[in-house]
Write a protein of this length. Structure first.
Length: 310
């Protein structure tokens, strides 16, 4: 009865049980729901949109993969769990902290697996995690220790020479790590709508749009529709990474936008359609999402994506 979901034209999901271990829900980051991605996986299975067998399971990315973006010195430092917990401003007395770098390596492995699969089969692939867009080559920021999207782009551009990559980042927060890392790169276009700017950059292959706090579905979607189609069309990317941050949701405990559950789904569907109508391989990352309700909106998107013939 699940046969039609195994066909390759349908979206796929990347997840590992290790995704829940590395994210302590203590101290400054108590708004994290560490079960967020497991809840999504469980409901997709319960609703018979996904079977456990059909989930793509990543291995941790290698240290060579980390070196594609991060400096040797930084990698050496974040191997120390005490250091990693300190720079992420976590309580140092939690045993789970030993797995912080391991968590980021597995999620980055997930983004790499999603990218490989999307390129090979040209289907949309959802990673139940990822989109750590604040991480820099030599420092962490905003709970992002490792920049998974930048690593995936650096890795696959060697296999896909001359290809152009686009990052559509609709997380509540600006993806400053990616912006800075790719600022002199003509083959990468960064498109971002956010309510929280971290860095000002003036570059051609970039659209950086600041929305007001409290913006509504209508305001947000009007801006997205006006700006994205044009950017996508003019740049003609070969691969798109979509950071579908859930922290724009009105029930999010960190962001202060007022997008309804339906509005976030419409946002996600709009991006999906604009990319897939051009048959561009699409890698979708979870991005941010805080509080006990945030998992719902990424679930809605994946459930819709799994039903939708791409
Ligand atoms: Zn965010």
């Amino acid at each position: 009865m699940f046969g039609r979901f195994f066909k390759r034209e349908y979206a796929r999901v990347v997840y590992s049980s290790e995704y829940i271990y590395g994210l302590p829900s203590m101290g400054r980051h108590q708004s994290f729901d560490i079960m967020r991605f497991k809840k999504i996986r469980d409901k997709l299975v319960k609703e018979r949109l996904l079977t456990r067998r059909n989930i793509l399971r990543p291995d941790p990315c290698s240290y060579d993969d980390l070196r594609l973006v991060h400096t040797e010195d930084y990698i050496k430092r974040i191997k120390d769990p005490q250091y990693a917990s300190k720079i992420l401003k976590l309580d140092v007395f939690n045993l789970l902290y030993n797995s912080i770098l391991e968590y980021f390596r597995v999620v980055t492995g997930g983004t790499l697996l999603a990218t490989a699969y999307a390129l090979k089969w040209n289907v949309p692939v959802f990673n139940l995690g990822g989109g750590y867009h604040h991480a820099h080559p030599d420092r962490a920021e905003g709970f992002c220790l490792v920049n998974d999207v930048a690593i995936a782009i650096q890795k696959f551009r060697h296999l896909q020479r001359g290809k152009k990559f686009m990052i559509i980042d609709l997380d509540y927060h600006q993806g400053n790590g990616n912006l800075l890392f790719f600022k002199d790169d003509p083959d990468i276009y960064t498109f971002s709508i956010h309510a929280d700017t971290w860095v000002e950059i003036d570059r051609q292959q970039n659209k950086d749009i600041l929305m007001s706090s409290g913006c509504t579905d209508e305001q947000y979607l009007a801006t997205l529709e006006k700006e994205l189609g044009e950017s996508c069309l003019s740049f003609r990317p070969d691969v798109v990474f979509y950071i579908a941050g859930s922290d724009v949701y009105e029930k999010d405990t960190l962001g202060d936008m007022k997008l309804s559950r339906e509005g976030v789904l419409r946002r996600n569907q709009y991006v999906f359609h604009r990319v897939r109508e051009r048959k561009i391989p699409l890698v979708i990352l979870a991005g941010g999402g805080y509080g006990q309700d945030s998992w719902e909106v990424y679930y809605d998107f994946i459930a819709w994506g799994l039903r939708h013939k791409s």
